[in-house]
Design a protein around this ligand. Structure first.
Ligand code: ADP
Ligand code: MG
Length: 321
């Protein structure tokens, strides 16, 4: 062996020995963020994870309805009086939300918040029927007047409020994966609550992503082998309280201002975590038949629904029925 090759070889061995899976989690955007990635050096892996957390913090500061200084809060406070100019990122996500409202016959509607803000699931608070009747006319995505030139948004009705809780986490996961790709990572998982996206595979094996049993936090209802893909689950167990035998949870029908009960959980698989997130919320509202129909006419996306009788339903591309 040449005298140059040997040191080079040992260097390669040290390099390979340092490559490893690095993982961490954090509480951001009101949910649990989890990151796993394959890194040549631990320190480089830590940097990737820090970049993901920083991205989530940034998006939270922009879009949280609970932060008074967020752009979203500024819109809610002022858009009934005048057009409010916002960042390109927020404008684009609101415009996409309106587009999804149109494609889902209004099942997905960020103006659900006009009533949604009256629920406090931790405090077991819900609006009265009178309050719902008063506020219901404010739920309608047609009240959102978007001006792409000014990048501004205005409300055409006084009582409108918007909330991106059904799409922002998926968006954050897409942004985080983009950052990791730019940093050169090839194998990674990023999860924000029910929204997961995978970069590459788990080095020779697929990632195994679980769909939780909605009535048993320790059990998986289904486990999916996935690579270079994404999966979002919406469930009636994330935020809810029970009263008088009724479950009041965080996914509301824009038609009634109340939570829907036809299904317990909806998982959507497809390339964009943003769309998976919005579509899982949409299908939850639409129910089994209309929900499956919607996904069957959306190329590249598949659905698994667990209905209230705990029966599983699949979109046609999964070849299960
Ligand atoms: P999570 O991951 O928080 O469970 P989901 O994707 O299941 O999120 O979406 C639920 C969230 O979507 C709610 O907490 C609320 O912020 C928002 N939301 C509820 N109903 C609707 C609706 N009809 N259209 C759009 N967003 C909604
Ligand atoms: Mg969603």
């Amino acid at each position: 062996m040449s005298r140059f090759l040997l040191p080079l070889l040992s260097l390669l061995i040290v390099f390979a020995a340092n490559a490893q899976w690095v993982q961490d989690s954090a509480a951001i955007m009101g949910t649990n963020i989890e990151v796993q990635l394959w890194a040549e050096q631990e320190e480089q892996g830590r940097k990737g994870i820090e970049a993901v957390f920083a991205e989530m913090q940034r998006i939270n500061q922009l879009m949280s309805p609970y932060i008074a200084t967020s752009e979203l809060s500024r819109v809610n406070a002022n858009a009934a009086q005048r057009p409010v100019s916002v960042s390109q990122e927020l404008f684009a996500l609101i415009a996409l939300s309106v587009d999804i409202s149109e494609k889902t016959a209004g099942a997905f509607d960020i103006t659900f918040a006009s009533i949604g803000f009256l629920y406090d699931y931790r405090a077991k608070q819900k609006p009265s029927d009178t309050q719902i009747a008063e506020q219901l006319p404010a739920i309608n995505y047609h009240h959102l007047l978007l001006d792409p030139e000014q990048q501004s948004i205005q409300f055409a009705h006084n009582n409108v409020k918007i909330d991106l809780g059904g799409i922002a986490k998926g968006h954050a996961v897409d942004k985080a994966i983009e950052r990791l790709q730019k940093m050169g990572f090839k194998h990674a998982l990023v999860t924000a609550g029910g929204d997961t996206r995978l970069l590459g595979d788990r080095r020779g094996r697929p990632w195994m992503v679980g769909i939780r049993d909605p009535r048993n936090p320790d059990k998986q209802a289904v486990v999916m082998p996935l690579e270079d893909s994404a999966l979002s689950t919406s469930g009636d167990y994330e935020r809810f309280f029970e009263e008088g035998g009724e479950r009041y949870h965080h996914i509301l029908s824009p038609k009634t201002g109340k939570s829907t009960h036809e299904v317990q959980s909806v998982s959507i698989m497809g390339p964009s975590s943003t769309l998976n997130d919005a579509l899982s919320t949409s299908v939850f509202v639409l129910g089994v038949k209309d929900g499956i129909d919607l996904i069957n006419r959306t190329p590249g996306y598949e659905a698994i629904i667990l209905d209230s009788q705990r029966k599983l339903h699949y979109s046609s591309g999964l070849g299960m029925e």
